[in-house]
Design a protein around this ligand. Sequence first.
Ligand code: CU
Length: 147
Amino acid sequence: MKNIHYRKIFIIFMLLIGMITNVYAMTDITVSEGYIKASIPGSSITAAYMTISNAGNKAITLQKISSTISDRIEIHEHSMSDGMMRMRQVTEITIDANNEVVLQPSGLHLMIFSLKQKVTDKDVIPLTLYFSNKTKINIQLPVYRYK
Ligand SMILES: [Cu+2]
């Protein structure tokens, strides 16, 4: 029936939109599952999380991150030392060939300092990731209050 046909096209269309908005692929690098934590009132820092996949046969390194919301975005890592959870800055993240690195709470994350604006639930924030092979990826990350 015609009606069913239209519904099928609609579903395919929505799937395509979903792929375009959730996954950014350029060369061998894919960023998925990305989000930024909503900033707490009175605080000017927050963090971003995502999965970075490398489908290529060479390791690749994330070296720099920029965004319109901050001039200072660092790569951080949580680690246990003397029984305490500590954060430390790392200079880069290497994604091995045919592998992925997950940035998540209590692990690797992007620390966003000196926010120029509040980031609240349902905002969408642009970020640019700079990699060792001169690849630059622009992504749009949704903001979530809890996740
Ligand atoms: Cu941090």
